[in-house]
Design a protein around this ligand. Structure first.
Ligand code: FE2
Ligand code: FE2
Length: 335
């Protein structure tokens, strides 16, 4: 952030001015309308478009190397590296099923907050809710399909409803900040999935493609709703919301730590050979690094996320958020 960054107060004045200008109002309305139009255009069906009667090929990777980091463990054989990507792929399905539970509930609440107002905004948010329900079903299917061909013993530990209740207890401003991070990183994941790789499962490539097609609209709606919520807050409320956002990132990281531990133990127990203590430690560490990259840092580092956040917070608040993220970003090592 530059020293010339406008102070929070100046932003408030700009936003207050924008809110009453018809041109700005219509540009916001146009963005909701474009989301509805794109949502109708790209709409897909789980069976007809994504799964198409296919099963997983367990001789292929589920997650691309850019997400799984499996190739960074030079002591793994190609088959072990593939198994690691499959363990992470199954957790990918479960993590999305988990976060989409709270996102769907929050989006319904946001739709209701517009209910007597902009009907296009209501439609955009109702469509988003419907899409998230469909995505949850898709990811439940993927988890079952992965489970059918993987060794027993895999466990996904967090409970979606417990996590949803905990997340939704935070301020809407913070929930929308976390949601923008999540929905924007599907873009980064799609990019990683289209890197040339003959061993990446074609079905998983389609999952990344089709999920991203609908998440693109969700990320735009998150931004619109985050700015709308932000305009309602007094400085002290926003300051507390920044603390809430930091708390949510910490809670997500806590979930990732627990699941990375479980997945590393499962991988080590089911790989069919023994590893040295140093190798086991490296598997645990890489699992957590990969999850922190997938579910926190790949979104935070998307330029759009930074642009929106910078427009909403003061330099001091931005520094607080940066300090909270710093150990996670440093551990991932892809700054
Ligand atoms: Fe989704
Ligand atoms: Fe979404």
């Amino acid at each position: 952030m530059t020293p010339n960054h406008p102070k929070r107060k100046e932003y408030r004045i700009m936003e207050a001015t924008l809110e009453v200008r018809p041109a700005a109002a219509s540009s916001t309305a146009t963005r909701y309308a474009r989301c509805v139009e794109a949502s109708k255009r790209v709409r897909w069906d789980i069976d007809r478009d994504v799964i198409r009667g296919r099963q997983f090929d367990f001789a292929m990777k589920f997650l691309p190397d850019g997400l799984s980091m499996a190739r960074e463990l030079g002591f793994l054989s190609p088959a072990e590296s593939m198994f690691m990507s499959q363990v992470q792929g199954r957790t990918y399905a479960n993590v999305f099923g988990l976060v989409e539970r709270y996102i769907g509930v929050k989006t319904l609440e946001l739709a209701k907050s517009h209910s007597m107002g902009d009907q296009v905004a209501v439609e955009a948010l109702v469509r988003m809710t419907d899409e998230e329900l469909k995505h949850q079903e898709l990811f439940r299917r993927l988890d079952r399909m992965a489970g059918a061909g993987m060794p027993s013993g895999y466990r996904f530990l967090p409970d979606p409803n417990e996590v949803a209740n905990a997340v939704l207890a935070s301020s809407t401003w913070a929930v929308l900040g976390l949601t923008l991070d999540i929905e924007i990183f599907t873009q980064a994941h799609y990019r990683a999935s289209i890197e040339p790789d003959a061993m990446l499962s074609p079905l998983w490539k389609d999952v990344f493609l089709f999920h991203w097609k609908e998440e693109s609209q969700h990320a735009i709606l998150d931004e619109l709703e985050w700015r709308r919520e932000d305009a309602k807050l007094a400085p002290a409320e926003r300051d507390r919301a920044v603390d809430d956002l930091i708390g949510l990132v910490g809670a997500v990281d806590g979930i990732l730590r627990v699941q990375a531990e479980a997945d590393a133990d499962y991988f080590l127990a089911r790989s069919g050979r023994t590893f040295t203590a140093a190798q086991s430690k490296a598997v645990h560490d890489t699992m957590l690094r990969a999850y922190r990259w997938q579910y926190i840092v790949s979104g935070v580092q998307e330029p759009r996320f930074g642009e929106v956040l910078t427009a909403l917070v003061t330099p001091e608040q931005m520094a607080r958020i940066g300090a909270a993220l710093a150990p996670i970003v440093a551990h991932v090592g892809r700054a």
